[in-house]
Design a protein around this ligand. Structure first.
Ligand SMILES: [Zn+2]
Length: 433
C-alpha cells in the first residue's frame, strides 16, 4: 500500500472511531435522558418537599440550614450513599451549627473529582404582601414551582442530587469521582460554608468544580470569569463656617467633589483594558452614594463623604487601584490642606479567569450543547459567586444553570422543565469526555 493508501486507511479508521464515539455518546445521552425522564415526577415531588423547609440564613433572621441538611442527609443515606457532613459551629445560629453535606460516586481516577456545589440557605421572603402564594408552601402553576429559594439555589441543588442518583442507577463507569456539596451560608458571606470547607482543604487543584448558582434563561451562558470588587468610602474634613465668609473656613464639599471627579477621570482612564467575555467589557469605577452634609444652604460644609463602587477586570490588581486612590488623596490633602480619610468598605479580589480550554469548561460546554441542544458561550460577570472563591485557590471553576434569573424576588420560581433539563446535563457531563 502506497503512502496515499495508508493515509486513506488511517483517515477511514479515524472517521470510524469518531462515528463510534459520536454514537456511543448519543446512546449515553439517550440513556441518561430517559432515566431522568422516568424520574421526573419523583424529582419534582422531592423539590417541593425540600422547599417546604424554611432555610433562611440565620444572619438574616431565619432558622438556618439545619433541618434542610438533615432532610438531604436522610435522603442520600436512604439511597445508599455514604454522607460526609461538616458541621461548623456558629453560636448565633439556632442549634449552634451550620452544616454542609456531601456525597460522591467513585470513578476510574479516584484521585480527583467533579463537584457540583450548591447552597441550602436562602434569603428571607421579604414583604409577604408582594407574594401571590405562600413562599414556604411551594405552589405549582404553568410548569413553574413558586417558593422562596426555588431558583436560588434549590433547582440546581435538586438537579445535581438527582444527576448523582441517575449515575448511580445507570452504573456506568465514571472517568473520575463525581460528587455534590450542599453548603451553608452562601447568602451572607460563606464563612460557615464554602470558606470553611476550603480551609479544611476538601478540594484539589485537579478537581473540576461547577457552581450552578447563576445562569441564563436558555442555558447558553457558561460563566468563567468575575470582576474584582472594591467599595470605597472617602471622608473629607474641612472647616465649617458661615457661607458669607467662606475664606474663614475650608469647604469640604468642594474638595470632596473635585476629588471624586479626579478619581472618576483617573481610574476610568488608567484601567481601560477590555475583556470581551464580559457584557460590560471594561472595569467600572462609579461614584455612587453621597452622604448628606449640612442641613441648611447658608453653611459651608466642614465634612464631605462620598463612595465609589469599583468592579475591576481580573487582569488588574485591586491593590494597585487602592494605592492609586491613596496617592491621589495625599496629593489633595497637600493641595487643599484638608484631612482626607480612605476606607475600604468591601474588597473581594477576583481569582484568575477559568481558561476556555480547561477541562471543566470544555466538559460543560459539550454537555450543554449535546444535551440541552443550545450553543453555549463563555461569559464573565460583574458580580461575584462562590465560584470566585475556588478560582482564588487555583481551582478552575465554571458557573452554569438554566434559570429565568429571579433570585431574591417575591414570587421567585423555577421552571420544572429547567430542573429536569439541568439534571440531564449534570448527569451526562462526566460521561461525554
Ligand atoms: Zn444563590
Amino acid at each position: 500500500m502506497g503512502i496515499a493508501g495508508e493515509a486513506q486507511a488511517h483517515d477511514i479508521s479515524m472517521v470510524r472511531r469518531l462515528l463510534w464515539t459520536e454514537m456511543a455518546s448519543e446512546e449515553l445521552i439517550g440513556n441518561v435522558a430517559s432515566s431522568v425522564e422516568s424520574d421526573a415526577q419523583a424529582i419534582q415531588d422531592f423539590f417541593v418537599e425540600m422547599l417546604k423547609i424554611n432555610a433562611v440564613n440565620p444572619r438574616m433572621g431565619g432558622p438556618g440550614e439545619r433541618e434542610r441538611a438533615d432532610f438531604l442527609e436522610g435522603f442520600l443515606k436512604d439511597n445508599g450513599f455514604p454522607v460526609t457532613r461538616v458541621d461548623v459551629r456558629d453560636s448565633e445560629a439556632p442549634g449552634g451549627i451550620r452544616p454542609s453535606i456531601s456525597a460522591k460516586l467513585g470513578g476510574k481516577d479516584g484521585s480527583r473529582s467533579l463537584w457540583y456545589i450548591s447552597h441550602m440557605d436562602t434569603v428571607p421572603e421579604g414583604s409577604r404582601d408582594l407574594w401571590k402564594t405562600d413562599p414556604f408552601e411551594p405552589t405549582i402553576k404553568d410548569g413553574k414551582v413558586y417558593a422562596r429559594g426555588a431558583e436560588d439555589n434549590g433547582q440546581s441543588l435538586v438537579a445535581s442530587l438527582f444527576a448523582l442518583l441517575t449515575l448511580k442507577k445507570l452504573g456506568l463507569q465514571l472517568p473520575y469521582n463525581v460528587g455534590v456539596w450542599f453548603v451553608s451560608d452562601e447568602e451572607f458571606a460563606s464563612n460557615y460554608g464554602i470558606k470553611a470547607l476550603l480551609r479544611r482543604r476538601l478540594f484539589k487543584e485537579s478537581d473540576l468544580v461547577v457552581v450552578p448558582d447563576s445562569g441564563s434563561p436558555r442555558g447558553v451562558d457558561i460563566e468563567i470569569a468575575e470582576k474584582g470588587l472594591l467599595w470605597m468610602k472617602v471622608t473629607t474634613k474641612g472647616k465649617q463656617v458661615h457661607a458669607s465668609l467662606p475664606k474663614k473656613g475650608l469647604n469640604a464639599h468642594r474638595v470632596g467633589m473635585r476629588l471624586a471627579m479626579e478619581l472618576d477621570g483617573f481610574l476610568n482612564g488608567k484601567y481601560r483594558r477590555r475583556n470581551k467575555l464580559f457584557d460590560y467589557s471594561v472595569s467600572s469605577f462609579e461614584p455612587t452614594k453621597k452622604e448628606a452634609n449640612v442641613g441648611n444652604v447658608n453653611t459651608v460644609p466642614g465634612m464631605d463623604v462620598f463612595y465609589f463602587d469599583c468592579r475591576v477586570l481580573p487582569v488588574y490588581s485591586l491593590d494597585d487601584v487602592e494605592s492609586d486612590v491613596r496617592r491621589t488623596i495625599r496629593r489633595f490633602e497637600k493641595k487643599y490642606h484638608a484631612s482626607i480619610e480612605f476606607e475600604e468598605i468591601e474588597k473581594e479580589r477576583a481569582g484568575p479567569a477559568t481558561p476556555q480550554d480547561s477541562e471543566v469548561a470544555v466538559m460543560l460546554r459539550r454537555a450543554v450543547n449535546k444535551v440541552a441542544g443550545v450553543k453555549p458561550r463563555f461569559v464573565g460577570i460583574g458580580g461575584q459567586t462562590v465560584g470566585n472563591l475556588f478560582r482564588m485557590e487555583g481551582i478552575p471553576t465554571a458557573v452554569w444553570s438554566t434559570i429565568d434569573d429571579v433570585p431574591h424576588e417575591p414570587n421567585e420560581y423555577s421552571k420544572i422543565a429547567n430542573l429536569i433539563n439541568d439534571t440531564k446535563v449534570f448527569a451526562a457531563a462526566p460521561l461525554l469526555g
